[in-house]
Design a protein around this ligand. Structure first.
Ligand SMILES: NC(=O)c1ccc[n+]([C@@H]2O[C@H](COP(=O)([O-])OP(=O)(O)OC[C@H]3O[C@@H](n4cnc5c(N)ncnc54)[C@H](OP(=O)(O)O)[C@@H]3O)[C@@H](O)[C@H]2O)c1
Length: 296
């Protein structure tokens, strides 16, 4: 039997409706409009399309969004100054700096400059530390989106063997840490694989839930997974260009090879991607509520 398709589009739509209702309530009851600023340095086409999608989604939900686009040659000090202004602007509740940044700009310094209370990407060390401790904080959007997708799809994580491929700071490490937390949506037994892993297939074939975030197109084949496993494909790889100029995308999982053996699988596109943007909107809403000391 082919795998159940876990649709990030459908799940994200349901969550966005909930966010939209809450945004309208904030406006009506408190006259507050959540505000997000996105900062893009350079002209990387993938980054441009991610930022545009984030701003479009924000506007559709009634969130105020401002896009700051800077040339690739922008000095680090100017990026820091713009972040500082947004830190002090009461109409801005969330600040997102699109990564990667040009080489001459120190990414760590930039991320550390964002006020942790406005760090809707969840990359500031204060939020990373709180996440590890299981404290309330802004969770990074892609890992949180994966957990939400699993939860809303009814996938049990407690006691499950979860294997994560990739150990980046934005996906692999945080998703592994969240799956490990002693609470609902966590409680998994987690293994993390990377380029120095000796026998990756040994681990992936044991996985009840396999989360792949390596950035290598179609690297996971049917013989590397367990029958009935839940496959979360985080990868977004540009593998070509369609006649209309649009990029052709592929995940890190060979969907056609795996779909007959997996129990459930996220497609690319339409899987984790829409969840990432949705979690950003949720964090921005939360940031606005926290700034105004509104519970819930
Ligand atoms: N859907 C979304 O919203 C979303 C969000 C973020 C990222 N992504 C996509 O997810 C993918 C990963 O992103 P990232 O930022 O985490 O990437 P990254 O920073 O490049 O990290 C990739 C990780 O995968 C590991 N890896 C690479 N090739 C491998 C292999 N052949 N076998 C085992 N491990 C391997 C690397 O190991 P080492 O540490 O040993 O080098 C590294 O830890 C990319 O395709 C990215 O576009 C999607």
């Amino acid at each position: 039997m082919p795998a159940t398709i876990i649709s990030g589009i459908e799940t994200a739509k349901a969550i966005r409706e909930e966010i939209g209702i809450e945004v309208r309530r904030l406006k009506q009851e408190y006259n507050i409009i959540p505000g997000l600023v996105t900062i893009l340095v350079g002209d990387d086409p993938a980054s441009q399309s991610y930022v545009a999608a984030k701003n479009r989604t924000a506007e559709a939900l009634g969130i105020f969004s401002e896009q700051v686009t800077l040339p690739a040659i922008t000095a680090e000090v100017d990026v820091l100054r713009i972040i500082d202004e947004a830190n002090r602007n009461p109409a801005i509740h969330g600040i997102l700096v699109q990564l990667p940044l040009p080489r001459h700009i120190n990414e760590t310094k930039v991320l550390f400059t964002i006020d942790p209370d406005k760090d809707v990407d969840g990359f500031h060390p204060v939020n990373v530390g709180k996440m590890l401790l299981g404290e309330q904080c802004f969770l990074p959007c892609t890992p949180n989106g994966i957990l939400e997708l699993l939860r809303r799809s009814g996938v049990e994580t407690s006691g499950a063997e979860v294997v994560v491929i990739g150990r980046s700071n934005i996906v692999g490490k945080p998703v592994a840490s969240l799956m490990l937390q002693k609470r609902e949506g966590g409680n998994a037994t987690v293994t993390v694989c990377h380029t120095r892993t000796r026998d990756m297939g040994f681990h992936t074939r044991r996985a009840d839930i396999l989360i792949v975030a390596a950035g290598v197109a179609r690297m996971i084949k049917a013989d590397q997974i367990k029958e009935g496993a839940v496959i979360i494909d985080v990868g977004i790889n540009r593998v070509g260009q369609a006649a209309n100029g649009k990029a052709i995308l592929a995940g890190d999982v060979d969907f056609n090879d795996v779909v007959g053996k997996a129990g459930a699988i996220t497609p690319v596109p339409g899987g984790v991607g829409p969840m990432t943007i949705t979690m950003l909107m949720q964090n921005t809403l939360q940031a606005a509520k926290r700034a105004a000391r509104i519970d819930g």
